[in-house]
Structures are given as structure tokens and as C-alpha cells.
Design a protein around this ligand. Structure first.
Ligand code: SF4
Ligand code: SF4
Length: 293
């Protein structure tokens, strides 16, 4: 089984476009495929696929609820909270700053007066379904929640329980933009990372940052860079090529075309409609490359 993350530091480079087309090519070649939409803040791959959903689970976190009738104001919870999410007010009351709370429940464990009750807060959902014979798992962040890293971690735990009990040839993960805590569980689980970038100043600088991230977590899998939207800037395209060459990482180039955005807007998968043009051929070349890795 090949677990392939489609990632890249910057948003809007075409990660979802690449992920959907790779999954479609795997499916059309008869491979058993699982698609994970981990871009929880904006699960646009599932908006394109519109999978039929069989089940849905809440991703809930613990939030402390202080019982003022029991609390003695000792502030032990405040001093032990690793996230500084609890504040002792001059009145003796304990204030919970929910956005800072990680849900570790340590405060509840250390309170000597049993004054902290458990409250669950729904941060998002994991939905499981299928599309044209491909299994699909989607993570979705609740409106207003900032716990994307927690939702992604739970999503990956859930998805790994699915792929360890089924026989898939390919697992494709459409990753969120950025790096850090939210990308860590995805990169850790993946054997191959397809890093998608574009020839813009931010695309180039985020590509460098993305490699620094992979190095910081000692990523030992294989990497391929996709230079998407080729044709926008000769100079920046050369920079992307030189970054990949200096690390001895293979590079696949996909030319720019307005057709890609039009296809995406009409919820079409590019290779299904235009499999024979230069973009379709580049996507097939990328899949062939991943298949050979
Ligand atoms: S540890 Fe318990 S009793 Fe002490 S301040 Fe916190 S909630 Fe109140
Ligand atoms: S659950 Fe953890 S992070 Fe949240 S307030 Fe309690 S100790 Fe702090």
C-alpha cells in the first residue's frame, strides 16, 4: 500500500487538483483507493467529489467547566495548565480561555477539590463514504473552531484504522496548506510526499520552508515536486527547478491553463475530461512516477 500525501506550504497552488487527479488515475487503472480530504478548513476535494456519506462522527474535545460551588480558588489548575488557558481573577474566580485550551484535562486531574467538570465541545467532524468505488474520508472543521490540528490528528487516527483493516493499493491525502502541527501526522503516516508549488515569490519561499519542515521531522519517505502553473514566470520556474535539483528530488511540470479552474468550478476531474492534452499528459506522467516509486 502506498500512502501518498499531496502537500505544499502555500494555499492555492493546486494540491487538491493534483490529489483528485492522482486518485482518479489510480481508480481508473483498477487500484483499490482510499482518498482522505484532510484540508479540514476548506474540504474542497469532497465538494468536487460529493461522495455519498455512510457515517459521520463528531470530533469533540474536553473543555473544563469550573464548578464555583466547589472551587476554593487554590489556583493549582492555573499553575499546572501547560497552555496558560486558565487565569485566576482577583475575585478568586477561574477564567477558562477556551481558544488556548488543548483539552488535555490535566487541570481536572490536579484539582484537589474535584471542582472541574467535563464539558465536550465539537470541533469538527469525520465523515466516511464513497465515490465511484473509491472510499473517501473527509475531515471538516466546525465554523469558529481553531482546533484544525486536533481535527486532523483525529482524522488521521481514524483513517489509519480504516487502511489497516482494508486492503488498499493507494491512499491519497489531500493536505491542508502550511506545515507544523497540522501537517505532522500526515507526513509521519506518508511514504511519498508530492509537494505542489507554483512559480510565484510566495510559492518559491514556501517550497523552501516545506523542505525545512520535512527535514525537521526527519522525513525518510520519497518526495516529488510538482511545478504547477508553469508559464507564469521563467525566472521563478528556474528557481523551483534549481531547489529540486539541489536536493536531488524529481520534478514534474504542469503547464498553466484556465481550463483547470473552469474544470474545478464545474466539479469535473481534469483527466476524466481532458486526459489527452499537455496537462492531462503531465498528470499521467506524475502518476506513472508515483507508481514506480
Ligand atoms: S484547582 Fe480546583 S479548587 Fe483550585 S482553583 Fe482550580 S478549580 Fe478551583
Ligand atoms: S484541559 Fe489542559 S489545556 Fe485545557 S485548561 Fe485544562 S490543563 Fe489547560
Amino acid at each position: 500500500m502506498k500512502i501518498v500525501a499531496i502537500a505544499g506550504g502555500k494555499g492555492g497552488t493546486g494540491k487538491t487538483f493534483v490529489a483528485l487527479n492522482l486518485a482518479y488515475l489510480a481508480l481508473s487503472r483498477g487500484y483499490r483507493t482510499l482518498f482522505i480530504d484532510a484540508d479540514v478548513d476548506n474540504p474542497s476535494a469532497s465538494a468536487v467529489l460529493k461522495p455519498s456519506i455512510d457515517r459521520s462522527e463528531d470530533v469533540a474535545t474536553f473543555v473544563p467547566s469550573i464548578d464555583s460551588s466547589r472551587c476554593r480558588g487554590c489556583a493549582k489548575c492555573v499553575s499546572m495548565c501547560p497552555e496558560h488557558a486558565l487565569v485566576a481573577l482577583p475575585t478568586g474566580r477561574i477564567l477558562v480561555i477556551e481558544d488556548l485550551c488543548s483539552g488535555c484535562s490535566l487541570c481536572r486531574l490536579v484539582c484537589p477539590f474535584n471542582a472541574i467538570a467535563e464539558r465536550k465541545r465539537v470541533e469538527g467532524w469525520i465523515r466516511v463514504g464513497s465515490w465511484n468505488g473509491m472510499d473517501v474520508v473527509v475531515g471538516e472543521l466546525a465554523v469558529g473552531s481553531r482546533k484544525d490540528a486536533i481535527v486532523i490528528k483525529k482524522l488521521m487516527d481514524y483513517a489509519s484504522s480504516i487502511w489497516s483493516s482494508h486492503r488498499y493499493d493507494y491512499v491519497f491525502i489531500d493536505s491542508p496548506p502550511g506545515t507544523g502541527a497540522k501537517l505532522y501526522p500526515i507526513a509521519k503516516a506518508s511514504k511519498i510526499v508530492v509537494v505542489v508549488t507554483e512559480p510565484t515569490p510566495l510559492g518559491v519561499s514556501d517550497l523552501r520552508k516545506f523542505f525545512e519542515f520535512l527535514e525537521s521531522i526527519n522525513f525518510v519517505g520519497k518526495i516529488v515536486v510538482v511545478l504547477n502553473k508553469r508559464g507564469l514566470s521563467d525566472r521563478l520556474e528556474d528557481e523551483v527547478r534549481s531547489i529540486a535539483r539541489s536536493r536531488n528530488i524529481p520534478l514534474i511540470e504542469i503547464p498553466y491553463s484556465r481550463r483547470v479552474a473552469e474544470c474545478f468550478a464545474s466539479r469535473e476531474i481534469y483527466v476524466r475530461r481532458y486526459g489527452e492534452d499537455a496537462i492531462g499528459e503531465a498528470l499521467k506522467k506524475l502518476f506513472d512516477y508515483v507508481e514506480s516509486m
